[in-house]
Design a protein around this ligand. Structure first.
Ligand code: LLP
Length: 421
């Protein structure tokens, strides 16, 4: 459920009419709903209670500082994958002891930054990384809390580009080698083992792969404890999928996911961490765009929008589906027409949808891409020198621009001309 509904014939974000925002900021723009973000975060904490737990929002999915502050104020932790994301979490006022650091390529600079600024744990992904962290922590005279990410060799049954838990993927260490790697970690100075980490992929629409992975983690917890390690935390990753279409999709609910976690690892006496991104932010955001032209082609009609693949890359990158709806509510049983929905970027891949049945819309009309809160604005670029799309946050009947559209001067001033020219 989200808070983007038609009221009096116009699409609203909570109590704010979308055309009102469009008039203030111009199109295209992203809008996020505070009530939806809050509700989705709350679903996870409720699902995990009464287990001791921390919901660490995967900020790669939506990293605007105002959004992070909204979630941080509710008590959320953050899952970061770079020094930049860490600085965003800190700028949102999230304390270091609620920030976990994931990712396969943490640099020594990033280790220094986060060890100095405060960090809850590093989710270590390889032996070379573990040794580097030991060196950096020792040189700073501190101890780095770590989990080791294990790769459970489970098929997440999701898009190949976002599956991470098979042995051929670059993530984690093979679970079969865990004893060996934990025993090296225990010997290295400057490291303190606190738990185990696993993440098998994104947009999972079934619970079974999670179950397989978490049962393996439960076995591993017992084994590592019997080998003398202290395992007090289990980071179970993110990945729970969301419905991208209104009609036929019913991915598992956070309550069922929570019940699965309790069933598989709940008796181990560990604090549970999860790293959901998409489920919190995905349906908490839409991308609003304007129709520039309706072009009648050979046997097909094109809806040419002012948003493009650089603003929302998921359809061209993953073949992802986003529902597209007119901002003015179409009358019941209004006629529809098949359109190829495209942007102005000069490549055929700049196509949001092919042969999509849409209510009749014309030049100047506003349309909204649903489920665009996750991996939307964060993956945007300025390809074709199209300014990054502004972001707007709604809270009840108020809205605020939380990232302004850069001016062309700002964009051009980032380039500099060498002295020989
Ligand atoms: N934790 C780790 C270690 C991750 O790698 C990810 C996502 C998450 C948590 C959050 O997963 P989520 O709950 O959002 O599924 N750009 C792609 C998705 C990439 C996901 C990468 N890792 C897309 O647009 O579908």
């Amino acid at each position: 459920m989200d808070h983007f509904l038609y009221k009096n014939g116009t699409l609203h974000a909570e109590d704010v009419a979308i055309p009102e925002i469009a008039a203030a900021v111009g199109t295209p723009f992203y809008v996020y709903s505070t009530a939806t973000l809050t509700r989705h975060y709350q679903l996870f904490t409720d699902a995990l209670s009464p287990l001791p737990h921390l919901v660490c929002f995967a900020i790669k999915s939506l990293s605007n500082v105002a959004v992070l502050k909204t979630l941080g104020n509710l008590g959320a932790g953050m899952d970061v994958v770079s020094g930049g994301e860490y600085l965003r979490a800190k700028a949102a006022g999230v304390p270091g002891d609620r920030i976990v650091f994931s990712g396969v390529g943490k640099t020594r600079e990033e280790m220094r930054l986060t060890l100095t600024g405060g960090i809850r744990q590093f989710n270590v992904e390889s032996e070379p990384e573990m040794r580097a962290l030991s060196e950096v922590a020792t040189s700073l005279g501190v101890t780095a809390p770590i989990t080791i990410r294990v790769n459970p060799d489970v098929d997440a049954r999701t898009h190949e580009k976002i599956a991470t838990g098979k042995k051929e993927n670059k993530f984690g260490i093979p679970i079969a080698r865990a004893s060996e790697v934990y025993s090296e970690a225990a010997r290295l100075p400057g490291l303190k083992i606190v738990g185990i980490d696993v993440h098998i992929g994104s947009q999972l629409t079934e619970l079974e792969p999670f179950e397989q992975a978490y049962l393996k983690v439960a076995d591993l917890t017992r084994r590592l404890r019997s080998e003398g390690h202290t395992i007090t935390r289990l980071d179970l990753g993110g990945g729970l999928g969301i419905p991208y279409t209104r009609s036929n999709e019913a991915p598992p609910l956070p309550t069922d996911y929570g019940a699965l976690i309790k069933r598989t690892v709940g008796d181990l006496g560990c604090e549970v961490e999860i790293e959901p991104g998409r489920l919190i932010s995905g349906n908490a955001g839409i991308l609003v765009s304007k129709v520039i032209y309706v072009k009648n082609g050979e046997g097909r009609d094109f809806l040419i929008l002012d948003a493009a693949m650089n603003d929302l890359v998921r359809p061209s990158m993953y073949g992802a589906h986003h529902d597209i709806v007119p901002v003015a509510e179409p009358p019941v049983a209004a006629p529809t027409q098949e359109f190829d929905v495209v942007g102005p970027v000069c490549e055929t891949g700049d196509t949001f949808a092919k042969g999509r049945d849409l209510p009749l819309v014309g030049e100047g009309d506003l349309v909204a891409f649903r489920s665009a809160g996750a991996y939307g604005a964060v993956m945007a670029s300025e390809y074709n020198t199209r300014p990054l799309v502004p972001e707007v946050l709604v809270n009840g009947d108020q809205f605020a621009v939380i990232r302004a559209r850069p001016s062309f001067d700002e964009i051009l001033n980032r380039d500099s001309i060498p002295s020989w020219l």
